[in-house]
Design a protein around this ligand. Structure first.
Ligand code: ADP
Ligand code: MG
Length: 594
């Protein structure tokens, strides 16, 4: 397990093993890493806004941080010292973090890191709260994990496991559980030396048949190359043993030898009959086999990321899997995205392969966030893929508490949390369809906010701030990616609100909308379409619209903004087209003149 842990951490580009960054003079952002060894604590997501550079006075600060991964990092931080911000001359030694002050400085003002160091660090290991971290314990998923294991154990017996389909909403632990099981499966297969491999593909990223097949083909080709290289090594060793073998040692007891022969013995001992129990009758046969393997290695051509016809990609993949005996479990995470984007051809092709493979077998494990995605599948694919189905139900607040507690024990310093924090994070995330990812985000963000405000402990207020921040981040992202027409509609609503209009109706929005469109040369949609766009904004939770009856004048929608107005406006104005509107006030004024 420890190996897995190391592996996970180094595989993640955001972890501490990455090379430390050099923060240039005048940089306004730096991220120093934490340590669990108690030596250098500089956990900080530091932001100083004062970034103007006066290059004549510079101090270089050496932070020698002993990172969790055991990597010693020398971070060279060049701190800009304009005369007004020069610090006093003391050398500060904080458990190994040495800040050498400039000896001439008399001023008491704070250096870049002083504020941050003065707060008690809260995190012990922030990485375990990040989504990329694969936990080694998954409370409340024992049933699902055991079911997967029961199905997949056939692979270790050399049989083909049933295909599995896993369903559940986001944040219910599907990916984490599947990766956990696949790590265990691979390590057990190594332990017992059975040829079983797991290939993981995230179909949100790899979302076409070509790319899925190409990625699989290339992974298997790489593994085949490794297998071939090992085999050639073994054969060459065997070959040199044959050469070393001499008639003089005929009396030596015959050694029972299993292929592959042990490398260590090769140079020291001389076997009398190194070919016993091998498929080779004479040294020439070995040479022939080595030659054959070299040819194989040479002809295995990796699939380029575009350009080949799909059937060529498919047959390359097919040949690569079938190159030697093995059971391959292919994990297709976010499989619904693949089907949505490129239909079910990939799944159809994969699910039919076993009847044609000679040496190997594949088993598919599909993971879907969308419970209804099989409705879109060809019935044959559906029945093949869904041989076994495992459902991941949403977590309730109590389960989320357990999950958070497990992670918090590792992530934070002892006593860094007040007792309300975990229950509150769990309660917020339980409302968010029991999403463990949200729960962990809340906890991490609350910790970061507490740290930034130099609080000694994380309290309820930090969780509430974190909830607001995450919510705002979500809004910003949703608004930022709206189509231009929806942005114009939303901007109209904002302008009306800014001018104190309450219970804004569709007609009022439409009037402003028209003028804005003219101003920026956008097409003007009909009022009917604008009403539809308002409904969409409502569904996204950006506005709150209700239908009100106006008696004999019919019905209209009345709406108000449900997101923070200033931030939303800023996001809209960052769009280059809307940003062109210099001063929108006249349009609103015109409304009152109508
Ligand atoms: P899904 O794939 O269902 O969207 P993930 O497996 O990515 O969800 O889980 C989201 C986050 O929550 C990940 O950081 C994961 O490590 C964590 N998580 C989910 N379930 C558990 C659990 N039972 N125990 C610990 N962590 C969990
Ligand atoms: Mg997932």
């Amino acid at each position: 397990m420890d190996n897995d842990r190391d592996h996970d951490q180094s595989a993640d580009p955001g972890t501490k093993a990455s090379p430390p960054e050099t923060v240039p003079s005048g940089s306004n952002r730096s991220e120093a890493n934490s340590s669990s060894t108690g030596s250098a604590r500089t956990t900080a997501d530091a932001e100083t806004t004062d970034a103007e550079t006066t290059a004549d006075a510079e101090t270089t600060t050496d932070v020698d941080a002993d990172l969790d991964t055991g990597v010693d990092a020398d971070v060279d931080v060049a701190v800009d010292h304009s005369p007004s911000r020069d610090r006093s001359s003391t050398d500060v030694d904080l458990d190994g973090v040495v800040f050498q002050g400039d000896a001439d400085d008399e001023d008491e003002s704070q250096g870049l890191f002083d504020d941050l160091l003065s707060g008690e660090p809260i995190f012990e290991n922030k990485e375990v709260l990040r989504p990329s971290y694969t936990p080694h314990e998954l409370p409340h998923r024992t049933d699902q994990i055991n079911r997967m294991a029961t199905i997949l154990v056939s692979a270790l017996r050399g049989d083909t496991p049933s295909n599995i389909l896993i369903y559940g909403k986001t944040g219910t632990g599907k990916t984490a559980s599947a990766k956990f099981v696949s790590n265990e499966l691979e390590s057990t297969s190594k332990k017992y030396d059975v040829p079983c491999e797991v290939e993981y593909i995230n179909c949100e990223v790899t979302d076409t048949q070509y790319r899925v097949l190409a990625q699989l083909a290339n992974k298997f080709i790489q593994q085949n190359q490794e297998v071939i290289a090992d085999r050639i090594d073994e054969l060459e060793t065997l070959r040199s043993r044959v050469e070393d073998a001499s008639p003089e040692v005929e009396n030596a007891p015959p050694e029972v030898e299993n292929a592959p022969p042990e490398v260590e013995n090769a140079s020291h001992e001389v076997d009398d009959a190194p070919l016993t129990n091998t498929p080779f009758d004479d040294p020439d046969a070995i040479d022939a086999r080595i030659e054959e393997l070299r040819d194989d290695a040479e002809t295995m051509e990796e699939v380029p990321m575009t350009g080949w016809p799909t059937d060529r990609v498919y047959s390359t993949f097919f040949d690569a899997v079938d190159y030697h005996e093995r059971v391959a479990v292919i994990m297709l995470d976010e499989i619904d995205k693949l089907v949505e984007k490129s239909g079910d051809d990939t799944l159809y092709n994969l699910s039919r392969m076993n009847s044609e493979l000679d040496n190997s077998r594949i088993s598919i494990m599909g993971i879907s966030n969308d419970l209804k995605f099989t409705d879109f599948l060809d019935p044959r694919v559906k029945s093949s893929l869904g041989e076994e189905e495992i459902v991941f139900p949403p977590y309730d607040a109590n389960q989320l508490r357990d999950i958070l507690q497990h992670r918090a024990d590792v992530a934070f310093k002892p006593d860094a949390l007040t007792e309300d924090v975990i229950p509150l994070c769990a309660a917020f995330a339980a409302q968010e369809h029991g999403d463990a990812r949200r729960a962990l985000d809340l906890l991490r963000t609350a910790g970061e906010l507490a740290e930034r405000s130099q609080a000694e402990v994380i309290g309820e207020e930090h969780v509430r701030q974190a909830q607001d921040k995450i919510e705002l981040d979500r809004v910003v992202e949703v608004v930022r990616t709206l189509p231009t027409q929806s942005k114009i509609v939303l901007f109209s609503i904002i302008l009306l609100e800014q001018n104190g209009v309450h219970n804004i109706n569709t007609g009022e929005v439409f009037n402003i909308y028209k003028r804005l469109c003219e101003e920026i040369d956008a097409d003007v949609l009909t009022q009917r379409r604008v009403t539809d766009l308002i409904s969409e904004l409502d569904m996204l939770g950006i506005v709150n619209a209700v239908v009100v009856s106006k008696g004999r004048y019919g019905r209209t929608k009345e709406m108000s903004l449900s997101v923070p107005i200033d931030e939303t406006e800023a996001v809209l104005l960052s769009d280059s087209r809307l940003g062109d509107i210099e001063n929108a006030q006249p349009f609103v004024q015109a409304r009152f003149d109508n």
